[in-house]
Design a protein around this ligand. Structure first.
Ligand SMILES: Nc1ncnc2c1ncn2[C@@H]1O[C@H](COP(=O)(O)OP(=O)(O)OP(=O)(O)O)[C@@H](O)[C@H]1O
Ligand SMILES: [Mg+2]
Length: 258
């Protein structure tokens, strides 16, 4: 099983949106996919299942050694897509002191999922690279970093590079898939220029070719906790996330099973 964390230092950059839609694309391609909500705010499961707020989830598993991965897996309408909600333990203390404490629980969880035959595990994390997120990054095979394609985004580049360095320190085996630019406003020259500027500043292998456009459909979909592809008029965005998935698969050749 390949585990891909979707992480960033900054909040509100599109992590959850990328995680849901990328997981949906992997599942549609036929791979048995699990989407894990490791954000204590618990936004992934919001309404993928109506009761997800009441279900046990990732943060319960971290706190309660008697829980098994099996008990947390929620099926979706798409046979190849399941999810693990954030759970009731979501009030879990995010403080920096917890790094390493939950690492063996996270590793055990991923081993169990692997044994259950999942091929891809996408983990949506909270903003910031400390605490449980650091443990997730230590246990993951790969990480993708969403970044909003707006002029202010350029200012956060040094922090982004620093974050990437830190990810590689916690886990030297981590494949850094790179930065995925999100919320690009295709008709706005400033937005297009920003994409170009970020490409000029960042090492080219660290910026994914696929850019996610800004589209109101994402806001409508996220209000319902759904992948945008299942919405009416979502067909175009399906293609975008399929393109992103193919890029990921190319970068993970040798790590991911054909
Ligand atoms: N491509 C897009 N087009 C339009 N709106 C988008 C797009 N991507 C995300 N959004 C919206 O921007 C907001 C933030 O996105 P999202 O929740 O995915 O970010 P996040 O990084 O997970 O945030 P947080 O750090 O709070 O977890 C949401 O309201 C979402 O619907
Ligand atoms: Mg989020």
């Amino acid at each position: 099983m390949i585990t891909i964390a979707i992480s960033s230092q900054k909040g509100g950059v599109g992590k959850t949106t990328v995680a849901i839609n990328l997981a949906h694309s992997f599942a549609r391609s036929g791979r048995r996919t699990l989407l894990v909500d490791a954000d204590p705010q618990g936004s992934v499961g919001l309404s993928l299942t109506r009761q997800s707020r009441l279900l046990a989830g990732f943060y319960d598993l971290i706190q309660d050694p008697t829980l098994s991965a099996e008990e947390l897996i929620v099926p979706t309408r798409l046979e190849t897509l399941s999810l693990v909600p954030a759970g009731q333990g979501s009030a879990y203390e995010l403080g920096g002191g917890s790094m390493g404490v939950s690492l063996h629980r996270v590793r055990g969880f991923l081993r169990d999922l692997d044994a259950k035959g999942f091929e891809v595990c996408i983990i949506d994390t909270a903003a910031g690279l400390f605490g449980v997120t650091a443990d997730v990054l230590t246990a993951a095979n790969a990480v993708m970093i969403p970044q909003q394609a707006e002029p202010l985004g350029i200012r956060s580049v040094p922090k982004m590079l620093e974050a990437l360095t830190r990810m590689r320190i916690v886990n030297p085996h981590l494949t850094v898939l790179g930065v995925v630019l999100t919320m690009m406003q295709v008709n706005l020259p400033e937005s297009r220029d920003t994409v170009q500027a970020l490409r000029n500043i960042l090492p080219h292998e660290l910026v994914l070719h696929t850019v996610i456009p800004r589209d109101d459909l994402f806001i409508k979909a996220s209000a319902r906790g759904l992948p945008v592809g299942v919405m009416d008029a979502g067909a175009l965005t399906l293609g975008i996330f399929d393109k992103l998935r193919l890029e990921v698969e190319r970068k993970l050749v040798g790590v991911i099973a054909g």
